[in-house]
Design a protein around this ligand. Structure first.
Ligand code: PBG
Length: 330
């Protein structure tokens, strides 16, 4: 490994000049590495700020063209749609998920109509934006039911595919849902619709601001520990990924990102499958608030994004994606 000895060997020699540092850099990022989350809200002419996520907004459908135009100009390959659902549209069963006129369905149609295949669309499959209790599935005495929830998720996924969604992203952590969704997509003529499985999703405290963004924060009863993974566990992530690959996943998500770089590396080294890291809302808020307070330099964003690449991620879901030109220019 070490091919020389000081003073013949001076590693600082190659670090001295910027051109030289550029020459030997091992990891780089381009806009193709990013997926931009987009929060949707009902109404007209709305660009609503989210208190816990400075610089991130919820957009009404008439305003999303501005965001998509920007994403395409930046050459981002894909956007991920997330709805903020009114309390009055939430219920125990999350029925709004199956309404073909819901925010996500309308947004998919509008984007596909105007932009065709210029940009990919990814949609979460889970019930939490739509349930009155804030859980990703059906609740029975504080336990989220697995098989009963999957039946609804299959319909949610199929509906999104019918609307034109390119990448179905189950983020619910029910056992066996990838296989069942794949089967139903195939049976209905959507063999080419991809599945990005949130295979490794930890029950994390880093999701707080997201729940605020989709309006489920104060509704959530208890926690999600009976379906999302325990943050003490590592090898269990390999079992989750192995199962989802067998069931037909095209890509694997590891989530959150920064506290789980070891998991990204582990999954990448064990399975030859695209791995996507999710730099989640809590990571975004911590970084952004610290930058805004002058506690850390804004280059911290680039540093944390590069760490995902170093760990082996193929791409990153990041709330910074719409500002990636400024970030990569540092
Ligand atoms: C919903 C979902 C969550 C996130 C993405 N999809 C929250 C959760 O599971 O509670 C979190 C994203 C983020 O924090 O940025 N299943």
């Amino acid at each position: 490994m070490i091919t020389g000895k000081f003073p013949n060997l001076r590693l600082r020699r190659s670090r001295k000049d910027k051109w030289s540092r550029r020459l030997i850099e091992e990891n780089t990022l381009t806009s193709s590495d990013f997926i931009l989350p987009l929060f949707l809200i009902e109404g007209k002419n709305k660009k609503q700020s989210i208190n816990s996520m400075p610089g991130v907004y919820r957009y009404s459908l008439d305003k999303i063209y501005y965001v998509i135009d920007r994403a395409i100009n930046l050459k981002l390959p894909m956007v991920a749609l997330f709805p903020h659902t009114k309390k009055t549209k939430k219920n125990n069963l999350g029925s709004e998920a199956l309404n073909e006129n819901n925010l996500v369905c309308k947004a998919i149609q509008l984007i596909k109509k105007r932009y065709k295949n210029e940009i990919g669309i990814m949609c979460d499959v889970a019930l939490d934006p739509y349930t009155s209790h804030g859980h990703d599935g059906l609740l029975n005495s504080n336990y989220v039911l697995n098989d009963e929830t999957i039946e609804i998720l299959i319909s949610q996924a199929l509906l999104q595919a019918q609307m034109g969604c390119d990448v179905i992203a189950p983020s619910d952590m029910m056992d066996g849902r990838v296989g069942k969704i794949r089967k139903s997509l195939d049976k209905n003529g959507f063999q080419m619709t991809q599945i990005l499985s949130y295979a490794v999703k930890y029950a994390s405290n880093f999701y707080g601001p997201f729940r605020d963004a989709v309006g489920s924060k104060n509704l959530l009863i208890g926690d999600k520990k009976n379906y999302q993974m325990d943050f003490r566990n590592k090898s269990e992530s390999l079992r989750e990924v192995a199962l989802d690959i067998k069931e037909g996943a095209d890509m694997i998500m590891v989530k959150p990102g920064l506290p789980y770089l070891d998991i990204i590396k582990l999954v990448k080294e064990n399975f030859k499958i695209p791995v996507i890291a999710y730099q989640v809302s809590g990571e975004y808020s911590l970084l952004s608030n610290a930058i805004n307070k002058g506690i850390v330099s804004k280059e911290i964003i680039l540093e944390s994004l590069i760490s995902f690449k170093r760990a082996g991620a193929n791409a990153i879901v990041s709330y910074y994606a719409d500002r990636i030109n400024e970030i990569l220019r540092i």
